[in-house]
Each structure stands twice: as C-alpha cells, then as structure tokens.
Write a protein that binds this ligand. Structure first.
Ligand SMILES: [Zn+2]
Length: 347
C-alpha cells in the first residue's frame, strides 16, 4: 500500500478561507483539465466509490467522510478544515440539526429560547413545517442561490464562499459591498462588463463584519462582551423572528420596537413579508397556537465545542481575514500550473 505522501497530487491549491468544498474541488480539477465529476469519480482511490454516489451540487452539504479523508491525503489539507467547507461541518453552531423534519422543536430551540426585542416567551409557539435556520428546505440541494462579491469574483483564486449559499450575509466583509447573484456576476465578467459593486448600508456591513468574525474565529466581539458564534447566530435569527411577528399579537408595550425597526428601514409591509420569507420565517404558514406551551429545553451550550478552524496564519502563513468573498489571498499556487490531464496517476 502506498503511503499517504505518495498519494499527494502534484498540484493542489490550498482552500481559500471560508471557501465551499465545491468551489475548491473545481479549482483542484482545473489544473488537470478535469471536471469535478471526473475528479471525484476516478481520482480518489477507494473513496471514488462513495464519491460517485454524491451529486456534484450536494458536496457542500454532508459528504461521506471517506471523500474528505481521500482529499486530505492528496492535498495535505487537514480533514477538519475540509469538514468546515461543508454545511455539516458547522453543526451545532450554524444549526442544531440538518434534519428539517425536526421542526418545530428545532425552530423553538434555535429561535425562541432567547429574546432580543420582546419579553422572554412573548413570541409564543408556532406550528412549523419543515424548517432549518439560514437554509432553504424547499429546494435541493438545500442551498440558497449563491450570491458573491463582485469585487472578489474578479480573482479566480478566491473561489466561492460556503456562506454564498446560506441566507446569512448580505455584504462582503472586506469590500463592504452587497453580494450579487453569482450567475449575473460571472456573465458580466465573461462579457467584460463587471457587475458594479454597490455599497452596503453601514448597519448591514457592521452586522456582516461581526458574523464573519464569528465564522473565522468562533467568537463575536460585542460591546459588552464577546459571545460564542453559536449564540450570535441564534440571536440574529431571534431578531429576524421578532421583527417578523405581527405586532397585533404582541403586548402593547412590546410592539413599538419591532414596528420602529421597519419604520426606520423605510420599507413597506410587503418588504417585511418578503424579508421574513427570505429568512424562512414562518409568519404566513404558522399560527400561534399557544402562548403557554413550554419549548423544549435548549441544548447545553456549555458543551458546545469551539469551531476547529483557526486562523490559517497560525498554521500555514496565510493571512487570515481572507474570505473568498473577502480580500485578495496569497493562498495561490506558487507557480501557475500547466494543465495536463490525468485520470488515475494521483490515486
Ligand atoms: Zn469582496
């Protein structure tokens, strides 16, 4: 049996910070003039068997561990880092579960165990259908249509961030511009008509910078104290839920803050409903059935591990705050690869 070293592919650009596995696979395959499908099906040794069962557009979800181990062998990238390039790698920080059928318990545990604008428990309980935080459940794969930074997209070495397919961020934490539909951005680049970078409203940019800090360090620095990434994501989702609840269902004293947030935004009620729908809020599909039902006990946060991802600067000399939707990275090949086809030599 060959050693792990002998399995190493000669050309293997390292993942960009925050990059999605699918994006990295495309950048791995490109120097060999292979498609991602060919890379998975014929170049991972025994792991190609399970890899062949994974739809290409689903590799970012929860790929079999054999695939990640084979990629680690062939690229020298740690398996734990590869895991964090998938949605499953971010459980339990991003979500308590990836099973949408566990709603409504998952909804209440994630969204209603805390409160931001309302009194604790005032949001009541909802009858919730299939649901996941930050992820659509009505389409396969369960990823939102990707949105990317038009500035970052001009550098192919950045790849596409895992967050591009999550309903989590609206702006690039580096350039401060709004994320745009990836298809439009790519077409614009091909046609030589780059998509203009639209500045994000400062409140949006500020929240996204905090979210990105959490995704890259595991901690979000708030004015009073730092909080765990898992707490931050739940508070964000709680806030979205609270401003999406009809104020007619709230106590008179509680209604003004959610109402004021929409008034300040200058958006009409239709925009409020659209925003609620975009983030999976169930205001139109759920009915408050009881204000006295006790939600299930929350998971013990003290038991949450910290994300295993640590700043790459400590491990590989790369500078860290470099999301694929962020600033330029030095994590590129030292020399430009010369494409040449190979279908089995790297096995
Ligand atoms: Zn950017």
């Amino acid at each position: 049996m060959r050693s792990g070293r002998s399995r190493r592919w000669p050309l293997h650009p390292p993942p960009a910070p925050g990059e999605a596995l699918s994006s990295w696979l495309a950048r791995l395959a490109a120097p060999y003039d292979l498609s991602v499908r060919e890379l998975l099906d014929h170049n991972l040794g025994p792991a190609s068997t399970p890899a062949a069962t994974v739809e290409q557009d689903a590799v970012d979800w929860d790929p079999p561990p054999e695939i990640l181990e084979a990629l680690a062998e062939r690229t020298g990238t740690e398996t734990a880092e590869l895991r964090l390039m998938t949605v499953a790698g971010w459980v339990p920080w991003l979500a308590d579960t990836l099973d949408p059928d566990q709603a409504p318990d998952a909804f209440h545990i994630y969204t209603r165990q805390d409160s931001v604008l309302l009194r604790r428990g005032e949001a009541g309980t909802n009858t919730v259908g299939r649901w996941l935080p930050w992820l659509p459940v009505d389409r396969e794969p369960r990823r939102a249509p990707p949105r990317v930074c038009p500035v970052c997209a001009t550098d192919p070495a950045r790849g596409v961030a895992l967050t591009a397919g999550l309903l989590l961020m609206l702006s690039c934490p580096d350039h401060g511009c709004l994320l745009e539909p990836e298809g439009s951005v790519r077409i614009g680049l091909v046609l030589g008509e780059p998509t203009p970078a639209r500045p994000a409203p400062e409140p949006v940019a500020a929240v996204d910078r905090l979210t990105w800090e959490g995704l890259t360090t595991g901690t979000v620095t708030l004015p009073a104290r730092p909080v765990h990434l898992g707490v931050w994501l739940r508070l964000l989702r709680t806030l979205i839920d609270e401003v999406s609840i009809s104020t007619s269902r709230l106590r008179a004293a509680s209604a003004p803050p959610p109402r004021a947030s929409w008034t300040k935004s200058g958006r009409p009620a239709a925009a409020r409903r659209a925003a609620a729908s975009r983030y999976g809020a169930r205001t139109n599909n759920c009915a408050i059935t009881s204000k006295t039902r006790c939600p299930p006990p929350p998971p013990p946060r003290s038991a949450w591990p910290r994300p295993e991802r640590s700043p790459p600067v400590a491990r590989s000399g790369r500078s860290w705050p470099l999301p694929s939707i962020g600033p330029s990275t030095t994590a590129t090949l030292r020399s430009r690869p010369q494409p040449h086809a190979t279908t089995s030599g790297g096995n």
